[in-house]
Structures are given as structure tokens and as C-alpha cells.
Design a binder for this molecule. Structure first.
Ligand code: SF4
Length: 350
């Protein structure tokens, strides 16, 4: 049953499904942020809990059921809140590269998502002590400039109608000159542009895939046309936008699929206004992929016979080179070479 929230945009792209159950940690029960969120789900059953791990880390969870009907867990994040960037992620030339996750898991459901191999649960944890993360970032900023990926281990924009975190992060970043953030998404929403704070340090990064790949593997995410419409709006408003063609996925007609996607992209948005682009093909740690293979025996993207290279699965070297080179060559005709970042050095992956 739907609550009074908006779950799809005008193009019919899913923004968010309602939650039937919301678990609330004792520590966040009295927060105004908790009340605000609960108000948005009047039909949800609210269940008090002591600690989010009591639910999230429970043994023998039903993976498939949880991915069908996910519960929301409102919690307080403890310990370290901002982490040095992972080696599997592109730093875009930034020296002090960090990430922070104010959520665990994602309302979208990409079959190839590493979160499926990383977490014991399909439920979504939302940490409500955002101000504690801000404080930790301020401490880092006293030492040096910071480049921070804030939509990490989740898709923050997909939950914006519920959390307002993108609004809060863009405001915070605009007020802190040494800070640049990246908000990566597969959403087709565009309502958030009205409340985001404009700054050339608030970088919105869209992952783009051919529409067929989106429909086959990136369940519940925005359509390609929807993502491009939102990007166009952001560019008109002056926001810096990054395009991420990552992960490229193999399919027998990948050249045609990715070639016509690029044509669609170039028709829909002014490529000369794009800040930069990244290109990378699918890669995933052995530990996560093995866990995913157990849970998804019928998924072609998960069961593909990847090469295991020092604990990281990826396409055979020749195919990786051919796919990424193809995209980079096409992109060179649209954006300057120095704005194209390609994930090349797999030896660095651990
Ligand atoms: S949008 Fe990103 S975080 Fe969300 S399921 Fe897809 S790959 Fe995972």
C-alpha cells in the first residue's frame, strides 16, 4: 500500500518503494529526523530495537524475500565515519580521497552490485547522525583538502525523498571550501535539483548503461532517458556532472549496444559541459562474487566465467581492453582526453 510519498517521477521511473517495516534503534527514537521519516511511511509497522546489528546481522536471513520487500532500519553510526578511498574506486586524480556511508544497502537492485556479496542482509540501514559525519569531515579539513564520495555503499539520491541527505550534503560542502563531494547515482529523479546547493565542488555523477542492460540488470533504477533528462536539468542549472560508463557489461552485441547508447547520450546532453567521464568494465572481489553466485544461480552477469586475477574477478584481459578502448575512443570524439578517466591498473586491486 502506498503512503503519501512520491514513488515515481513524471517519466514513471521508480524513485523508491514504500517500506512495510521500519526498525528504530533506541538511540534514535527521540530524534526529530526519526519522526520526520516515520511520518513519510504512515502504513509501516514500526518495531523498536536495541541495535541495528540485532536485525541486520541476524543469521540465516532470507536473502530473496528481503530483496523483494526490504525493511528500513533507522540507526546511529558509531566509530570511524569517514574512510580512506578503496583501491577499486576511481579517485579522479584527487590526492585525499575518502568515502563515507550514511546508509548501508540500496533501494535499487542491480544484480551485479557488490553490496549483495558484502552484507548479510537485504534490509536498508539509514544512519541518522549525519552531523557526526560532518564533524569528522571538518576535522580532516583542518589537515588538508578532502574529496569525499558520499553516495557510497548505497545510492543516496534514490532515498532523497525520504532523507533529504543530498540537500544537506550539498549545503555543507558549499560552506566548506576545502571539500569536494561526489554523489553517484542511477536515479532518474530531478526534483532534488530545486533543493541542492549549487557549487562547483558538488559533483553529481551518473552511471550510464545501455537501456537493455538497465532493464536486464539494474532493476528499479531510472531509465537511460530519465537519467539523461535529469542530467540535462543539472547542467542547465550549472552543477558539475560526471558521466560514469562503469561497469561496462559484456553482451554478444556490446559494441552496438554501447555505441548507440553514446549516440543517445550525445544527442540528449551538451557533452562540452560535462566535467569528466570514467570508463571501466565489471570487476569484483572474489569474496563478494562467490557469495553472490550462491544466492543468484540464474543471474548471467553474476555467473559469467570471469578471470580471477589475484582475488579480483574481471573479464579476460583482451576483452577488457577491447571494450574499454572502444568506449574511450568514441568518447575522445566528444570530450577532451584529459577529462577521460579509465580504470586500467588491475594489479593495484587487492
Ligand atoms: S545503484 Fe549502486 S548501490 Fe544501488 S544497487 Fe545499483 S550498484 Fe548497488
Amino acid at each position: 500500500m502506498k503512503s503519501n510519498m512520491q514513488y515515481s517521477d513524471r517519466a514513471g521511473n521508480c524513485l523508491m518503494k514504500p517500506f512495510s517495516h521500519i526498525y528504530v534503534e533506541d538511540r534514535v527514537r527521540v530524534l526529530s529526523r526519526t519522526a520526520e521519516i516515520l511520518k513519510k511511511f504512515p502504513n509501516a509497522k514500526v518495531i523498536p530495537i536495541h541495535h541495528y546489528k540485532d536485525v541486520f546481522n541476524r543469521r540465516k536471513q532470507n536473502y530473496h524475500l528481503q530483496h523483494e520487500t526490504r525493511a528500513l532500519i533507522l540507526a546511529c553510526k558509531e566509530g570511524q565515519l569517514v574512510y580512506p578511498g578503496a583501491p577499486v574506486c576511481q579517485s579522479f586524480g584527487n590526492e585525499h580521497f575518502y568515502y563515507s556511508s550514511s546508509m548501508m544497502n540500496c533501494v535499487f537492485d542491480c544484480e551485479y552490485c557488490y553490496l549483495k556479496g558484502m552484507y548479510p542482509s537485504g534490509n536498508i540501514v539509514l544512519f541518522l547522525n549525519l552531523e557526526d559525519i560532518f564533524r569528522e569531515v571538518e576535522m580532516l579539513l583542518q589537515k588538508h583538502a578532502v574529496y569525499l564520495c558520499v553516495s557510497y555503499d548505497t545510492d543516496l539520491l534514490a532515498m532523497e525523498a525520504c532523507t533529504g541527505y543530498v540537500r544537506e550534503w550539498t549545503k555543507f560542502t558549499a560552506e566548506h571550501p576545502g571539500l569536494s563531494i561526489e554523489i553517484r547515482t542511477k536515479s532518474a529523479a530531478n526534483f532534488f535539483w530545486d533543493t541542492a546547493t549549487l557549487s562547483d565542488r558538488n559533483i553529481f555523477a551518473w552511471t550510464l548503461s545501455p537501456e537493455r542492460i538497465i532493464r536486464t540488470y539494474e532493476h528499479d533504477t531510472g531509465s537511460l532517458a530519465g537519467r539523461l533528462a535529469s542530467i540535462r536539468r543539472g547542467l542547465e542549472l550549472g552543477f558539475p556532472v560526471r558521466l560514469c560508463f562503469d561497469p561496462m557489461l559484456y553482451c554478444p552485441d556490446w559494441k552496438e549496444a554501447y555505441g548507440s547508447m553514446l549516440e543517445q547520450v550525445a544527442c540528449a546532453i551538451p557533452m562540452d559541459r560535462i566535467r569528466d567521464v570514467s570508463v571501466g568494465s565489471f570487476r569484483l572481489s572474489q569474496e563478494y562474487l562467490q557469495a553472490m553466485r550462491k544466492n543468484m544461480p540464474d543471474s548471467a552477469v553474476v555467473q559469467y566465467p570471469y578471470v580471477n586475477d589475484h582475488g579480483v574477478y574481471h573479464y579476460p584481459e583482451e576483452l577488457t581492453e577491447e571494450m574499454e578502448r572502444f568506449l574511450v575512443d568514441r568518447l575522445r570524439q566528444m570530450v577532451p582526453e584529459e577529462q577521460i578517466f579509465r580504470w586500467e591498473d588491475l594489479d593495484d586491486l587487492t
